[in-house]
Design a protein around this ligand. Structure first.
Ligand code: GDP
Ligand code: MN
Length: 383
């Protein structure tokens, strides 16, 4: 789960990482009140889970409550890279001397935590990594030993942080690491970490990704999650007990078993297509689950064809066929559904599909053949 900036900053505050004082507003009046409460100059920041808000016009400075209110009015409802702004964060604004970059992330290949710091902050770190890789200091922290002050010094001196910011920058690193570990985060990125004209070093932005598999250890995760909008399809899938992830292509995918579904995505790619989703109906899936899965997938307008790839182990292919035929009877199906069945009762299942009168229902024997058919049908009329 990716947190909104205001949530990330709340989390950092708990671990005593300095962040600017701020309040969340959902309308211009609340923004005005927040600015009045904070006093002085404020910055109004769009709360969306996507970077580059500054460039997109989602961050505005305001010298008084009236300006804060009109900045909020402009930013709320704005579409930033497909994310509509529902909230703004109003923060006390200061004068920035320097912007740095600081992050911790899980390094799976090294099996440790990687800390990165750079004196080139406020810009895309990927860009810095490409144009000036030496400007990024990297330190690996062994998770069993944890962080020591020398790690913090290595980062700060390695990155060439200004002398005026060194002491506070070093002091920020261990608490940021603790926030990372104790919250089961996979990423905490502070870009920029800033040196203010007052000499204070503060986290001006916070991008936090928490590990969803750890939410049972953190009751407050669900509270954080409630601020997030779950796409309608994903909500529905969860309700029906289906494992669903939206992707960007036009071939809807249904399979049983995560491994089979992933290989199906690969085969669709190999056939020159792009999958619209990942959907695992699980082992032992019956007619009802299959029918629900088809309903959810075809509710997406981007889907031009569906590929059902089932290997019957515990699952019985005749029940799968029954579910598909049931879905065709129940829903006003507009896109072709290509089905590949193999395993337990496959013959019987295939026969049921072949006997079904619907011409949008197509049975194929092999996985590759089915993928090629589905991709061809999805592209029909577009090229
Ligand atoms: P992002 O563009 O989505 O990563 O948003 P950031 O929170 O990183 O802000 C982008 C830039 O806006 C920062 O690098 C700063 O230069 C500027 N900015 C953000 N907050 C403040 C503030 O409180 N005061 C001033 N003067 N500038 C700010
Ligand atoms: Mn940023």
């Amino acid at each position: 789960m990716d947190l909104f900036e205001y949530q990330g900053k709340e989390l950092l505050r708990k671990f005593e990482v300095p962040v600017p004082e701020g309040r969340v507003a959902t309308n211009p009046d609340e923004a005005r009140a927040a600015a009045e409460g904070l006093g002085g100059k404020v910055v109004v920041k769009a709360q969306v889970q996507v970077g580059g808000r500054g460039k997109a016009g989602g961050i505005k400075l305001a010298s008084n409550p009236d300006e804060a209110s009109s900045a909020a009015e402009q930013i709320l409802g704005m579409d930033i890279k497909g994310h509509v702004v529902k909230r703004v964060l109003i923060e006390r604004a200061g004068i920035i001397e320097s912007e740095y970059y600081l992050s911790f992330l899980l390094d799976r290949s090294e099996r440790d935590v990687l800390g990165m710091m750079s004196a080139k902050g406020g810009i895309d770190i990927e860009e810095v990594a490409e144009t000036d890789p030496d400007a990024i200091a990297r330190v690996h922290i062994p998770p069993l030993l944890g962080i020591s002050d020398f790690h913090a010094r290595e980062l700060v001196f390695g990155a060439g942080i200004d002398a005026a910011a060194r002491k506070e920058a070093i002091a920020i690193i261990p608490p940021l690491y603790r926030a990372f570990v104790e919250s089961d985060a996979s990423l905490i990125e502070v870009n920029p970490l800033v040196l203010m004209d007052t000499g204070r070093v503060v986290a001006l932005d916070a991008k936090v990704t928490l590990d969803d598999s750890a939410d049972y250890r953190h009751p407050y995760f669900s509270e954080l999650k409630s601020a997030h909008e779950v796409p309608e399809q994903e909500r529905l899938a969860k309700e029906k007990g289906l494992n669903f992830i939206k992707l960007q292509g036009d071939v809807g995918i249904i399979g049983n078993g995560a491994g089979l579904v992933m290989s199906t995505l690969d085969v669709v790619k190999a056939a020159g297509g792009d999958s619209a989703n990942f959907l695992d109906v699980g082992g032992g899936a019956g007619a009802e689950l299959l029918s629900n899965a088809l309903e959810i997938i075809t509710s997406d307008k981007a889907v031009k064809a569906v590929l059902v790839n089932i290997f019957g182990g515990i699952t019985r292919c005749d029940l799968v066929a029954e579910g598909i035929i049931d879905a065709f009877g129940r829903l006003d199906m507009k896109v072709p559904v290509v089905v590949r069945l193999d395993g337990t009762n496959a013959e019987q299942g295939r026969k049921m599909l072949a006997d079904a009168p619907d011409e949008l229902l197509i049975a194929e024997k092999t996985m590759l053949g089915a993928a090629e058919k589905a991709v061809a049908l999805a592209h029909r009329g577009t090229d």
